[in-house]
Design a protein around this ligand. Sequence first.
Ligand code: AMP
Length: 226
Amino acid sequence: MIFSENEPRFVILLGPPGAGKGTHAGPLSKILQTPHISTGELFREQIHNQSPLGILAQKYIGLGQLVPDEVVVDMLFQRLKEPDCKKGAILDGFPRTVYQGKILANRLSEKAKILALFFAVGEEEIIKRICGRLSCKGCKKPYHIQFAPPQKPQTCDDCQEELIQRSDDKEEIIRERLLVYSKKTKALVDYYQKQNNLLKIDASQNPDIVLKNCLSALGSAQLQSV
Ligand code: AMP
């Protein structure tokens, strides 16, 4: 599967929090040789640096709510201007509203193709997954206390940095994030379905199978579009 400057591909990872978007974004980015852009991660960097954007975003993220559309769109398009995005990108956490989806479609070049991978998984499974998740403070590699534990407690297998829990991965905030997903983000499933750009993946399966299914769905979609 080849992404090129003549046929840039933007792969959207769509699904509720905890569906596995972050877990699969890294491997997909390596295999497809396309940058992984996570708007949540871009915000967390800004929060860490206490920039004006970070201070603003923190107010919404701490409540489990969405950061206003214009703020996210500006931040994302700044990142997409960078030369490594010429062949496309794996978008993790964007779009999160139909408005964002429309802006993305309007502002990308005409030759760009959007493919949405929809990670379908039930709510109880999501709560179980999010409550135990951890990530490396340094390289951001994801872990899970029960499903993907590190070899040494609280330590990244790859870079030996400390593992941390996201401040918005607490049960009451997760419930709010799930509500926001149902009210604002879920409509994107229909939006991409109507455009024939939706690839549905059963994300309740084990991660190796999910990754394999993502790649074969993207491969078939790529073939159909040439
Ligand atoms: P994530 O890491 O994708 O779960 O994002 C963490 C938080 O960042 C979300 O709960 C939102 O508050 C905010 N955020 C990330 N991406 C977006 C987006 N596309 N639109 C609005 N808010 C976002």
